[in-house]
Design a protein around this ligand. Structure first.
Ligand code: IMP
Ligand code: MG
Length: 183
């Protein structure tokens, strides 16, 4: 697969840079208020959450520790394989700490469920999940995020960190990918 003009593959822009940054600012303010005396570990799930994560961290106006974790579940497919593999662990010991997991998108919810269970076993003081996009119709309500940016339907989206086969991550907006590009 070789892509030369990523913009041609977008069916419609769903969230512009402006809309994303306004929502990220709101979420940052909410976290600042709730975590101002806690110095939480804010954990980025690589690579999809990378832009959301760095923008969000800059909107959190209290001390935090930044950390990164990487799991793989999708490979080059657009459907979850149901198997989540830990590729890179956090550097910090999270026992007794307040942890904020930052994810790009919830689809089946398998990735977040796996990660939450893994990190809970290390006995942090608290854990919440923050997710930029939520495909609300694709998972049971009880495995949704604690804080989310936007709800979307059952559609495949790319940009602002989100990929298909590792392409499209550097688009500054989030758009729906034309079905012929991934089917
Ligand atoms: P889940 O385990 O099915 O919830 O899938 C979550 C992961 O799948 C996310 O971290 C994304 O990397 C990827 N993913 C799910 N839906 C999309 C999408 O529409 N575009 C790009 N990646 C997606
Ligand atoms: Mg991905």
């Amino acid at each position: 697969m070789k892509i030369t003009n990523e913009k041609n593959d977008i069916k419609q822009v769903l969230f512009t840079e402006k809309k994303i940054s306004a929502r990220v600012e709101e979420i940052g303010a909410q976290i600042t208020e709730e975590y101002k005396d806690k110095a939480p570990i804010v954990a980025c799930i690589l690579k999809g959450a990378s832009f959301f994560y760095t923008d969000l961290c800059r909107q959190i106006k209290c001390p935090i520790h930044m950390d990164f974790i990487s799991v793989s579940s999708y490979g080059a497919d657009s459907q979850s394989s149901g198997v989540v593999k830990l590729v890179k662990d956090l550097d910090n010991n999270i026992t007794g700490r307040d942890v904020i997991i930052v994810e790009d998108i919830i689809d089946s919810g398998l990735t977040l469920k796996y990660l939450k269970e893994l990190l809970m076993s290390r006995k942090p003081r608290s854990i919440i999940t923050v997710c930029l996009l939520d495909k609300v119709d694709c998972h049971p309500a009880e495995i949704g995020a604690d804080i989310k940016g936007f709800d979307i339907g059952d559609q495949f989206v790319v940009g602002y960190g989100l990929d298909y086969a590792d392409y499209y991550r550097n688009l500054p907006y989030i758009g729906e990918l034309k079905p012929e590009c991934y089917q």
